[in-house]
Write a protein of this length. Structure first.
Length: 621
């Protein structure tokens, strides 16, 4: 296979270990060489040519053999990881391989001249070490550093089908690949193959400093994801997928990861790793250079908590520590951050990620051809402190949230985000077009609290989705949506497309959501039929619906599809941060899906996103 021979030059330190096992030289990450060229395609490192026997769920990858199973309920053929030897796409990143590029798995052929043993791939593999955000009361959850696994879901007898590769969210600190793709594939008549990946998280995946870059790699978690995408290019045909029809998707930090892969190598990868992208609530809190004060301070704090700060060779000390010491150090470094923060994020490394995301998106230097991107109506409350009552509270929080901004810039944020409500005013859902807006009210807040909720939502999730849409305007294409089914807080959309659906998600909106994703994956366009958009419960299922001819995003007059529903039986729901909201369950749920203007939405969101883009170099983002 010669596809990878044409890839752009990137860096020797990211590729040499993948083939030779050599430890990178001190300046390896700065040397230009082909990156993905030798990640997985050099079959000398893989053993025999990969193959699959006809009418068999036994797949021989050359370095290992895996036997899947057919799920009688879904009808899908499934390959899931089984600890300790699972569907491994990269070697264990442990010990001396911490903060090194992902490497080829070694063969588990232990018999000279014999067959590679078969692994039954029927259970999920171990998850990577986890870090929850800095929110009081959240626990420490350990994981396993040997976690670079993936899971595959394919219709029975799949052949040459489009492929969905899903990257989980979790702030680059937590989450895993234990996500069942059966429902979304079933809703789309078995029209595609799905792959769910895991990647290094927290300090183990995103530790950054000049020292780390000099003798290893920064953005290790992003490189794991790129390695998994290369794995898909190498092997997905064995599972019935078409490597030329790959859509990479993610939610929250998974969508932020999708954004970074669209920006990778200055947009020079084209469609080598994927053709299309889906980004649900793309997460962009801030973005620093690898050796900036912020990531360096967290590197030093992590080293101190691991007992390595006084070592002559800090990085060597860290590589020699036991896993639990590092996991606790990573979690405790995160717990010391301001409310809702994590400690470790992607950075500009000058090689894979070369620019500020906002700057590169503005210049439209992006990989891939098409984008489906969305956000939720109430992204902010989950990670915004719930005790903001006064303007003084709001100002103090803004200074913590944006520590690099001047007092004058904080004043500009306040001026650009006024509110018309007080702390004790009635809470309700806005309609996006008339009356009070998301600046003023939601079911989770009014007054200064809601002001903070919306500032966080737009700066971190919503405006990045707008900027991504702008980056994929002509000659590329993008389609935009907002998920608004009450209460549409951050992550509330996930059960809608993957399942199991929550009580407030009626069957009609669930089917529409899954068809939107499915049509984009299989047909390069998220438009859905009128009967699906209006729903079986609608008064006129065949009436013309704007989502059936979903307009592409334009910078001059951008439009988005608002995914909502009306009707249903009200019930109270308590959010994880303690807000009591009203949702609506069956019977009586009816789709309310329509095309709306994106710029004037919620009292001028387009202009506010322009404001945030102007502040981005100072944030930085």
């Amino acid at each position: 296979m010669r596809l990878f021979r044409t890839l752009p030059l990137v860096v020797a330190g990211l590729i040499a270990p993948c083939v030779s096992g050599a430890f990178p030289s001190p300046t390896s990450q700065d040397a230009a060489a082909t990156f993905l060229d030798r990640l997985l395609v050099d079959t000398r490192g893989l053993g025999d040519v990969p193959q699959r026997q006809p009418s068999s769920l036994l797949v021989d990858l050359g370095y290992a053999r895996y036997e899947g199973y057919n799920n009688a309920t879904s009808g899908l053929d499934i390959w899931k990881g089984l600890n300790p030897s699972s569907i491994r796409y990269a070697a264990p990143p442990t010990g001396s391989q911490r903060w090194q590029p992902p490497r080829l798995p070694s063969s588990n052929d232990t018999v000279t001249g014999g067959a590679v043993p078969v692994t039954a791939a029927t259970e999920f593999g171990p998850v990577c070490p986890q870090n929850y955000p800095a929110v009081p009361g959240l626990p420490f959850i350990p994981g396993d550093e040997d976690c670079l696994f993936l899971n595959v879901y394919a219709p029975a007898d799949a052949k040459d089908l489009p492929v969905l590769v899903y990257i989980h969210g979790g702030g680059y600190g937590y989450g895993d690949g234990r996500i069942d793709m059966s429902e979304i594939i079933g809703a789309n008549e078995g029209g595609f193959v799905a792959v769910v990946i895991q990647y290094r998280l927290g300090a183990l995946g995103f530790l950054s400093s000049a020292d780390v870059k000099a003798r290893g790699v920064v953005n290790a978690g992003l490189l794991d994801q790129a390695f998994a995408l290369a794995w898909v290019q190498r092997f997905i045909d064995l599972f019935g997928g078409n490597r030329g029809k790959v859509t990479v998707a993610g939610e929250s930090a998974g969508a932020g990861s999708v954004m970074y892969h669209t920006l990778a190598v200055d947009g020079g990868l084209g469609t080598t790793l994927f053709k299309n992208e889906i980004a649900a609530s793309p997460y962009l809190p801030f973005h620093y250079d690898y050796d900036a004060a912020f990531p360096t301070a967290r590197y030093q704090a992590f080293a101190e908590k691991a007992g390595c700060s006084s070592s002559v060779d800090v990085l060597a000390c860290l590589r020699g520590k036991d896993s639990m010491t590092l996991q606790l150090a990573s979690a405790n470094t995160t717990f010391e951050q301001p409310y809702g923060f994590w400690a470790f994020y992607p950075v500009t490394d000058g090689v894979y990620i070369k620019s500020l995301p906002t700057e590169q998106m503005k210049q439209k230097r992006v990989n891939g051809e098409r984008l489906l991107v969305g956000h939720n109506a109430n992204e902010g409350p989950l990670l915004t402190p719930p005790n903001i009552v006064s303007v003084a509270d709001l100002t103090s929080w803004l200074k913590l949230e944006f520590p690099n901004l001047s007092a004058g810039q904080i004043d500009e944020i306040l001026a650009a985000n006024p509110t018309k409500t007080g702390a004790n005013d009635t809470r309700f859902e806005t309609n996006g077009l008339t009356g009070l807006t998301a600046l003023d009210v939601s079911q989770s807040g009014t007054g200064q609290q809601q002001r903070a909720n919306n500032i966080y939502a737009e700066a971190t999730f919503v405006c990045p989705s707008y900027w991504l849409s702008d980056a994929f305007t002509s000659p590329k294409s993008s389609w935009h949506y907002q998920y608004s089914v009450p209460f549409a807080w951050h992550t509330a959309d996930i059960p809608g497309y993957f399942g199991p659906a929550t009580p407030n998600q009626g069957p009609d909106i669930v089917l529409a959501f899954r068809k939107i994703w499915g049509n984009f994956i299989t047909g390069d366009d998220p438009s859905i039929s009128n009967d699906i958009a209006n729903g079986a419960s609608g008064a006129d299922a065949g009436a013309e619906n704007g989502a059936s001819k979903w307009p592409v995003w334009t910078e001059e007059a951008p439009k988005q599809v608002n995914l909502n529903q009306t009707g249903g039986v009200p019930y109270e729901f308590t959010t994880s941060w303690g807000a009591r909201v009203t949702q609506f369950m069956a019977p009586g749920q009816v789709n309310d899906i329509r095309v709306v203007p994106a710029d004037s939405w919620e009292g001028g969101r387009g202009a506010r996103c322009g404001f945030w883009r102007g502040l981005a170099p100072s944030i930085p983002a």
